[in-house]
Design a binder for this molecule. Structure first.
Ligand code: HEC
Length: 151
């Protein structure tokens, strides 16, 4: 499929994406009060949810659904594209797990966000087996950034 992501998602767009996906699901961290940090956490929750859908289809826990799989891959791509702008401002919240290193090494942070973007671009949503073949690159991109920039 061809995905044409907006190069820079606006915040309201991300919020809409998150709302459409989470639809009432409780945030893991209600104690986060800073609005920018909340958006970041919501974007990460969205990544978890969508990656989970792909992972479950790959593992046969969820029946393969082409439209749903493509939707998940597109949402991951759009969210990956939004990571850098979401972390542009040095907003911090005591409940945030983001390390201040993000703002000392913005180039590296961007590179890791791009790695996820590329992994999302590379997702083959054509079958459960194809998805399974894409999951490792996806998961590695999440871990790569978390290992360096998340406490
Ligand atoms: C470029 C860096 C980066 C990438 C790539 C990334 N994350 Fe994160 N993630 C973070 C940071 C930083 C935090 C800490 C959030 C905060 O408090 O600001 C985080 C937090 C999280 C959380 C915890 C949210 C909460 O409730 O506090 C989840 C879940 C998560 N990420 C999932 C994912 C998944 C799944 C992927 C890959 C598909 C991913 N992330 C890719 C940087 C990244």
């Amino acid at each position: 499929m061809t995905v044409a992501p907006a190069r820079r998602l606006t915040r309201p767009l991300i919020a809409a994406l998150v709302l459409a996906t989470l639809a009432g699901a409780a945030l893991a961290k209600p104690e986060v009060t800073d609005p920018i940090v909340r958006e970041r956490v919501e974007a990460m929750q969205l990544l978890k949810l969508q990656t989970g859908i792909l992972g479950d289809m790959a593992a046969g826990k969820l029946p393969y659904d082409a439209a749903k799989a493509q939707e998940a891959a597109a949402a991951i791509l759009a969210t990956a594209d939004a990571i850098e702008p979401l972390y542009e401002e040095r907003a911090l919240d005591p409940a945030s797990d983001a390390l201040p290193e993000i703002w000392n090494a913005p180039g590296e942070f961007r590179q890791k966000a791009n790695r996820l973007y590329k992994a999302a671009m590379g997702v083959d949503a054509g079958s459960a087996k194809a998805i399974a073949g894409s999951m490792q690159a996806l998961g590695a991109a999440c871990k790569d950034c978390h290992g360096r920039f998340r406490q």
